[in-house]
Each structure stands twice: as structure tokens, then as C-alpha cells.
Design a protein around this ligand. Structure first.
Ligand SMILES: Cc1ncc(COP(=O)(O)O)c(C=O)c1O
Length: 345
């Protein structure tokens, strides 16, 4: 099966699997007191600066809930973009941890600064949950990438109001490649306090990281990680994967391949009558409007998701090949070509 449903549908990089096998030797102390975790924490500190603390976790939702648990408490809320994963795709996990999530007016998932300013007006109102954190997704769930200056502006507004900034970076490598910037330039250096650093969508088998850029928050993180069910006993197997991912730029090669595959597919799709691509293709996600009957015909050959607003989402992976793209584009053209013919019949 070849899928354009999600970058979750691909497997893992062979380098990552080799690192897992190599870590399967001897015995090692559990819960992160092992040499693989020590080396990986060091690599994260090289990427993000010596003040950055990395906490490996089991999955992206776990990284987000842990981050928000560090930032928010009773009677507070977390502000986010429309369609944010924490709001619509985590089955209420933040709320189950006592965190109210409040979406703000956004453009392609990017929070509008004026909407943030307005929401911060609730500070001091006894009847309103008090904003404690702004959470932004980079890239957004609609494939848009915040420019560094946009993140700086939102972070400035947030910090002036005394609230923290969290970034959901489930696909952060795709954003870094799109921006042509090192990770730290548009995260910690731009004012982000907490970062969910994803890798599973870009060649990792399982496990993600929470990066904490403030020592006072990092102090509480080990305890909350356990309390939020995110402390892996055999942590070396998450760490070994991230060591392979960060060392030597595997993350970059994979994200470059996924983004380039999306750009290539977009080029072909634009040439097929009846396909309307919606929004710029900045990373590895494409959103399109097409006749629902054609979408159903295409779905008989390829799995993909319907999205809000009558759109469909197609997503490429680090291992999407030119043959995959040609095959999908041909199926798309066939699915659309049959529409008018049936109408004439
Ligand atoms: C924007 C975003 N954040 C976080 C996640 C984390 O998801 P999971 O808990 O499945 O690792 C995902 C996965 O789809 C995502 O798309």
C-alpha cells in the first residue's frame, strides 16, 4: 500500500531502525538514566542552546499535554489557533488534565495577533478562565508556516501579558526546511518557552520530545512527565532513535524529501482540470477542493482524509517516491475524467 493520507502512514528510516537494533545490547538503567538518553539530551542542547532541557515522551499528544500541564493550572486557559491539534484532535486530553483550550481567530491555522490581544483582555476578569499560555502549531494543521517575525510578534504580545508560549512542532522539521532556518532561530530565539518536538511523522518509529527553555519549568517536568503517563521505562529506545535522527542531519534529509514530494505533486495536480489546490503548499501537506464523487473514486485507489470546509488533505512522506507521485496524479486524473463522461451518459 502507498498512502497520501498522512506522514503517519509511512514506516521508519532504516538509520532509525539500525539505531534501535544497535541499542538492543546489554542492560541499561531504565527511565532515562542511560548513555543513549544522555547523548540525545546533549544533541538537543547543541541544537537549541545549553539552557534547553529535553524530555523524551511516548507520543505527540503526550508532549503537548505535558507542555500545557507545565504552563497552565486551575482556572486558567490555553489559547491556540483554529483547528489546533490540541483543540480538535486530542480527544479532550488537555481538558482531561484540567486544561481549558480556547481557539482564536486564525488564518490557515495561524493565530492573528489582534485575536490574541483581544483574548488577553480576559486577564483580570474574575468570570473568565485566565490565559496562561499561547500554543501555536508550526507548521499549522493547514500546512502554513509561521515566519520567524510572526512568531516573535506573537511571543512579544504573549510575554508582555505575562503568559507563556508553547509550540506544537509535530512537523517541525518540515517547517525548518521550508524556512531554511535552524530549529532554534524560530523557537527559543523567537520567544518560544516550550516546544513539542516531533519526529514520528518524519522517519522516527515512536516517541517525541518536549523541549523546555525555562529552568523553572524544567524543574517540574520530570514529575509531571511521570504523572501524565509519559515516562518510558526503556527510554534508551526512544533516545537511540533521536540520536540517529539529529546526528548527521537525517531530520533534514527526510523533511526535504517530503516537502519536495509535496511540491512536485502540487505541480502535477495544478495541471489536472477539476483540481483546485487551496492555500500555498509550504511543507508536505496539500489541501484541495474537488468534486466529492471524484474524491470517492480516488479513494478506491488511495487512502486520504476529508478536511473541514469541504476540502481533502493529501500528505507526502519522507519516503514518497516519484513513482508514487506519478501513480497518484494519474489516479486523480482518471477519477476526475470519469465525471463528465458519466454526466453525458
Ligand atoms: C499538529 C499535530 N500535533 C500533534 C500530533 C501528535 O499526535 P500523536 O499523539 O498521534 O503523536 C499530531 C499528529 O497527527 C499533529 O498533526
Amino acid at each position: 500500500m502507498r498512502s497520501f493520507g498522512s506522514d503517519n502512514n509511512s514506516g521508519a528510516s532504516s538509520e532509525v531502525l539500525a539505531a534501535l537494533a544497535a541499542a538492543n545490547v546489554d542492560h541499561a538503567i531504565g527511565y532515562g538514566d542511560d548513555p543513549w538518553t544522555a547523548r540525545t539530551r546533549e544533541l538537543f542542547a547543541e541544537e537549541f542552546g545549553p539552557g534547553a532541557e529535553a524530555f523524551l515522551v511516548l507520543n505527540g499528544t503526550g508532549a503537548n499535554v505535558l507542555a500545557l500541564s507545565l504552563a497552565a493550572g486551575p482556572a486558567t486557559c490555553v489559547l491556540c489557533g483554529e483547528g489546533a491539534h490540541i483543540d480538535v484532535d486530542e480527544t479532550g486530553a488537555p481538558e482531561a488534565a484540567g486544561i481549558k483550550v480556547l481557539p482564536l481567530e486564525s488564518r490557515r491555522g495561524k493565530v492573528l495577533p489582534e485575536a490574541l490581544r483581544e483574548a488577553l483582555g480576559a486577564i483580570g476578569t474574575v468570570h473568565s478562565a485566565q490565559p496562561s499560555c499561547l500554543s501555536i502549531s508550526q507548521p499549522t494543521e493547514l500546512g502554513a508556516v509561521y515566519a520567524k517575525a510572526e512568531i516573535e510578534e506573537l511571543a512579544r504580545i504573549a510575554h508582555e501579558a505575562g503568559i507563556l508560549v508553547h509550540m506544537d512542532g509535530a512537523r517541525i522539521a518540515n517547517a525548518a526546511v521550508a524556512l531554511g532556518l535552524p530549529f532554534r532561530a524560530f523557537t527559543v530565539d523567537a520567544g518560544v518557552d516550550l516546544l513539542s518536538f516531533g519526529g514520528t511523522k518524519n522517519g522516527i518509529l515512536f516517541g517525541e520530545a518536549l523541549l523546555v527553555f525555562r529552568p523553572e519549568l524544567a524543574k517540574r517536568a520530570p514529575y509531571l512527565r511521570k504523572a501524565r503517563l509519559q515516562l518510558a521505562s526503556k527510554m534508551r529506545f526512544i533516545a537511540a532513535q533521536y540520536e540517529a535522527y539529529l546526528r548527521g542531519g537525517l531530520w533534514r534529509r527526510n523533511a526535504e524529501a517530503a516537502n519536495a514530494a509535496a511540491a512536485r505533486l502540487a505541480g502535477l495536480a495544478r495541471g489536472i482540470p477539476g483540481v483546485e489546490l487551496v492555500g500555498e503548499v509550504e511543507t508536505n501537506a496539500l489541501f484541495a477542493r474537488l468534486d466529492p464523487a471524484a474524491a470517492e473514486r480516488l479513494r478506491a485507489e488511495y487512502f486520504f482524509y476529508d478536511w473541514e470546509g469541504g476540502l481533502v488533505r493529501w500528505m507526502t512522506s519522507f519516503d514518497t517516491t516519484e513513482a508514487d507521485i506519478q501513480g497518484f496524479a494519474a489516479a486523480l486524473a482518471r477519477a476526475l475524467a470519469r465525471g463528465p463522461a458519466e454526466a453525458r451518459a
